[in-house]
Ligand binder design. Structure first.
Ligand SMILES: Cc1cc2nc3c(=O)[nH]c(=O)nc-3n(C[C@H](O)[C@H](O)[C@H](O)COP(=O)(O)OP(=O)(O)OC[C@H]3O[C@@H](n4cnc5c(N)ncnc54)[C@H](O)[C@@H]3O)c2cc1C
Ligand code: SF4
Length: 547
């Protein structure tokens, strides 16, 4: 199947940005491609250390003052336009695998990247995630262990102002409490608590990258409940915070400058320039000593493939032939229904309780499951009103009936790395700059299907114990991605089996680092961004050592 991008809305007019200087800087220390959390953290770290940094992002710089208007746009009846403006030609893609992949729902192009839109759940991966091959015989081992990443996880939690508690009996060891206290459990979490106890399911708090208390960077969460896709108060972390830090440290951050390709020296050992386009139709070259590609799990391999040359006809950093291979996402499993009592859904816009009890794999029969208790089950009153055929008292009765008694559980399920799942270039379609669009080739394997069924079994047990009239189930046939693309430039020590080394540097080019989930070897079932942040801090440290 092939799909175009979502409809474009309200793009910044060229005239508004014409006075922005998008000419390149003289050769800088570091050029970062992508201003999502991975690129922003690398830029903030390296600029704080006194290095000259230029960040190039394909998307635009959104005005923070527009966030309330964006929230209203999201809430407004019939508002199905994307809140973070997209462009159908710029963001065109194909999806030709067994399963359709809705790429443009899974990312935001712009300064801040997909964290503009994200939910903000931030957990550390488990020790077992890093050694799945040797401990359970599934997937492959990472070339680094949990202990190697542990100090970076602690710093990442500080950087993202994580609110959390040390109440998770299944979590890997940690040394310090989270920077901010956890959010209290929602009302419906308290309804679930007894049923979970009855069926022997241990629950605990969710670490959230949103402020439970005010900090210097942001106010405390005020409960707008629109976190996904926009937090007007800024209480939910997004990567513009680190873009601001980088700019305060004199880094240059350019928006609307999609990098077209990377160029290398004659020997093919080092990247020399990032070639980018401007809104005015010009093409420039940014030269640097070190390059970091942090363009997300799909655009990172695409850019490497687009950077083919005589020396590298199969694309840059691709001597293994694995750039784009082992694409993974988490799968959603869920179940919900109604209770005979109010459940106060949508009073909290994010999850406060979850369970990692079924996370670690007992053997090779299933993959990881992360169970969630949703606080946004069922329709909002406005949704009921919009789809109703009635008016007045009848409509009010329908709203009262339709809202307020729902509950639901969700789960993220791990997908193992498989070579056939991949990002490749579609030779039949081009984007607004004439570059082949990314083609997502994605399918589901039998073990993942079984794990989704197991997640549904656990959910059914809890919901039945709670006395829920189960109304819907998302099982293996209806499942979809959690919008966590991973694995397409995997990390390893063997250049034939991986794209980057444990320092996140490509095996083939000595000054090219990759930051982001594309380096993940296995996906686990934790939301990926805390691990992305930890790896980015590690990458920045290695780059600083070389500069
Ligand atoms: C709806 C939704 C909910 C989510 N919820 C969670 C959650 O609760 N917890 C969690 O951990 N994760 C969540 N995620 C995932 C999270 O947003 C991503 O893991 C994270 O943003 C990835 O960071 P990144 O910096 O690697 O890439 P991105 O954030 O995707 O940033 C990449 C940047 O690169 C730019 N770029 C791309 N190509 C080019 C190019 N050629 N030239 C220049 N720039 C380029 C893009 O414009 C973009 O700004 C969610 C995602 C979505 C969509
Ligand atoms: S609930 Fe909190 S984090 Fe979510 S949008 Fe509102 S203020 Fe932001």
């Amino acid at each position: 199947m092939t799909a175009g991008g979502a409809g474009g809305t309200d793009r910044v007019d060229d005239a508004e940005t014409a006075d922005v200087d998008r000419t390149p800087s003289p050769r800088v220390d570091v050029c970062v491609v992508g201003a999502g959390p991975a690129g922003a953290l690398v830029a903030a770290e390296l600029s704080a250390a006194g290095h000259d940094v230029v960040v190039l992002d394909a998307g635009e710089r959104f005005d923070p003052d527009d966030r309330t208007e964006r929230m209203e746009r999201h809430l407004r009846p019939g508002a199905d336009a994307p809140v973070w403006d997209t462009d159908p030609e710029r963001d065109a893609y194909s999806s030709t695998g067994e399963r359709y992949y809705p790429l443009n729902a899974a990312r935001v192009k712009g300064i801040g990247g997909s964290t503009l839109h994200w939910q903000g759940m931030v957990m550390r991966m488990h020790e077992q995630d890093f050694e799945l091959g040797s401990s359970v015989g599934l997937g492959d081992d990472w070339p680094i262990a949990y202990d190697d990443l542990r100090p970076y996880y602690a710093t990442a939690e500080e950087e993202l102002s994580v609110s959390g508690a040390s109440d998770n009996p299944f979590a890997p060891p940690r040394e310090e409490p989270h920077p901010l206290p956890a959010f209290p459990p929602s009302y419906s979490d308290s309804l679930f608590a007894e049923a979970c106890e009855e069926v022997g399911l241990a629950t605990h708090s969710v670490p959230n990258a949103r402020n439970s208390e005010p900090t210097e960077e942001a106010s405390a969460c005020v409960g707008y409940g629109t976190c996904k896709p926009v937090c007007p108060s800024g209480a939910k972390y997004d990567a513009t915070r680190h873009v601001d830090v980088a700019e305060a440290n004199r880094a240059r951050v350019l928006d609307r400058v999609p990098v077209q390709r990377l160029e290398h020296d004659d020997a093919g050992d080092r990247v020399t320039a990032a070639v980018y386009a401007t809104p005015e139709g010009e093409e420039h070259k940014q030269e640097a000593r070190e390059f970091v590609v942090a363009a997300g799990g799909v655009e990172t391999p695409r850019l490497l493939l687009l950077s083919e040359s005589e020396t590298y006809p199969d694309g840059l950093a691709n001597s293994s032939g694995l750039v784009g291979r082992y694409f993974m996402d988490h799968l959603f499993a869920g179940m919900g229904g109604t209770l005979d009592e109010p459940t106060r859904q949508k009073h909290v816009g994010f999850n406060t309780t979850e369970s990692h009890q079924f996370y670690d794999r007992p053997d090779d029969s299933r993959t990881a499951i992360k169970l969630e208790f949703l606080n946004y089950a069922g329709p909002a009153p406005a949704d009921v009103a919009l789809t109703a055929d009635s008016f007045g008292d009848e409509l009010l009765a329908e709203i009262r009936d339709g809202y307020g008694q729902h509950v639901a559980m969700g789960a993220l399920v791990e997908q193992l790395p498989r070579k056939e799942n991949r990002i490749r270039l579609d030779p039949t379609r081009t984007d607004d700059h004439g570059n082949p669009v990314p083609d997502v080739v994605w399918s589901l394997d039998a073990r993942t299907r079984r794990t989704i069924e197991r997640a549904n079994e656990i959910q059914r047990e809890v919901l039945e114990e709670l006395g829920v009239d189960v109304g819907w189930t998302v099982g293996p046939d209806e499942t979809g991605p959690a919008y966590h693309h991973m694995g397409t430039t995997r990390m390893g020590t063997d250049p034939d089996e991986s794209v980057v080394d444990p320092q996140l540097r490509t095996h083939d080019l000595g000054n090219l680092t990759i930051a982001g989930s594309s380096v993940f070897v296995t996906a686990g079932a934790m939301n990926p961004t805390l691990t992305i942040a930890a790896l980015s801090l590690k990458a920045a440290e290695h780059i600083a050592e070389r500069l």
